[in-house]
Ligand binder design. Structure first.
Ligand code: URA
Length: 209
């Protein structure tokens, strides 16, 4: 599917299966989300440009590669997106963080914003939006619109599970935003949940209901 990367690495797939299991504990779920976050970060940054610089090792001089492109901003969509953040920051400790507080109204499934805070230089950075579940894409579309309004031009979206409906909506609304996901599930049910899915990611992370 154009613009969509399914991260089919065996470690990611194994951990995702553990997370789908309804018997997984809150602690286990959170831990796994963190671990997969790190692995997805590895994949979403795979094509970052490098430049060559002269350095001295203890033995000799050499030209060695280092990251050359834009600096990163991780932008979790609260609250479930927070589950990815620690793993991502483990890999890119110098990244900035934007918080986007959006919840979906359970009756209308529409996105409602309640908080937004982003670094001032977001326009010069690569923004990686984080939300474990790309379901209707209402929150994702609202988050992309919000961060674009702040000047962001280079945006990627990372999720754990995506529904075909959500991918279609996000890609049609924002074709410039590429998506990385660990799996594309079958469909959305009448309540906007991904099937077979893993339930409500936020509730499972935090032990709420
Ligand atoms: N959000 C979730 O947490 N789970 C779903 O299945 C859909 C949206």
């Amino acid at each position: 599917m154009e613009g969509v990367t399914v991260v089919d690495h065996p470690m990611v797939q194994h951990k995702l299966t553990l997370m789908r299991d309804k018997e997984r504990s809150t602690k286990g779920f959170r831990q796994l989300l963190n671990e997969i976050g790190r692995l997805l970060c590895y994949e979403v940054t795979r094509d970052l440009p490098l430049e060559y610089v002269d350095i001295e090792t203890p033995l000799t001089t050499m030209r060695a590669p280092r990251l050359a492109g834009k600096k990163l901003v991780f932008a979790p969509i609260l609250r479930a997106g927070e589950g990815f953040l620690e793993g991502m920051l483990d890999l890119v400790p110098s990244a900035r963080v934007a918080h986007i507080g959006i919840y979906r109204d359970p009756a209308t499934l529409k996105a409602v914003e309640y908080y937004f805070k982003a670094p001032p230089d977001v326009a010069e950075r690569l923004v990686i939006l984080l939300d474990p579940m790309l379901a209707t894409a209402n929150s994702a579309v609202a988050a992309v619109e919000r961060i674009k309004a702040r000047g962001a031009r280079d945006i990627r979206f990372v999720c754990l599970l995506a529904a075909p409906e959500g991918i279609k909506r996000l890609r049609e609304t924002h074709p410039d935003v590429r998506i990385w996901t660990a799996a594309i599930d079958s469909h959305l049910n009448d309540h906007g949940y991904i099937v077979p899915g893993l339930g409500d990611a936020g509730d499972r992370m935090y032990g709420t209901k």
